[in-house]
Design a protein around this ligand. Sequence first.
Ligand code: ADP
Length: 257
Amino acid sequence: AEPKQQTSQDTGVLDYVNAIVAVASCKGGVGKSTTAVNLAFALSQLGARVGIMDADIYGPSLPTLVEPDERAVQFADGRIQPLTCNGVKLMSFGYVNPESAIMRGPMIANVLNQLLTTTQWGALDYLIIDMPPGTGDIQLTLSQIVNMTAALIVTTPQKLSFVDVVKGIDMFDKVGVPSVGVVENMAYFVAPDTQKEHYVFGKGHKQRLVEQYGLVNAFSMPIDAELSERSDNGVPYVLAHPSSLIAEEYKNMASSV
Ligand code: ADP
């Protein structure tokens, strides 16, 4: 018989995590981290126990996006206590090693695996993994060491980015992780004076993905200055404006995972 493949689940810290959801994109800068963070806090607002794992070792963004309650991570018994914000557990390479990393692919996978499996996640309904951008080796390895429940793909409406989404869906397909939804981020802009929606990059991309890939859950998020501003200040948008339309859309997203 084939030897059982060692997975992170064997080490125990993920034993009490009910669902592991990857938030992925094929390109950087499309709003993947913004989406992951707001999705996580929306889930938490809906009553779930949530953790966020920032899996971007080269460019960790969680330390900027969310201001944690604690100043530094605590190590005990070979485990790391995650930081917290409003009850959401947080882990990022940026908390452990604030210097940015210069490493090769296989090393990155090791570091990630170690960080994931030494963090004392405790009982969680959802662990949201903010994946590194792209569909390369690191992403594949990560989806093999962790039993992911679902993937949410983030993109922007420009055509090139959509070609990449298909790549992302195919990659998750290969490792048996269902892509449960697509987020078309920065899809439109609401003029502050007229409240009219302007689809700066054109309309209809989302519909095409729904039709071609049978993705029933597709979400459009507007370009919103405050969404960006809030992130830069360490306060997730959905925490600052829990009853806004944008927060509602993140809650819809939360209900889909
Ligand atoms: P990624 O994780 O894909 O690299 P980020 O989430 O870091 O992308 O977002 C890239 C930049 O775009 C950040 O400055 C972020 O605040 C901004 N941003 C993301 N989504 C939106 C949005 N819907 N409206 C305005 N700015 C956004």
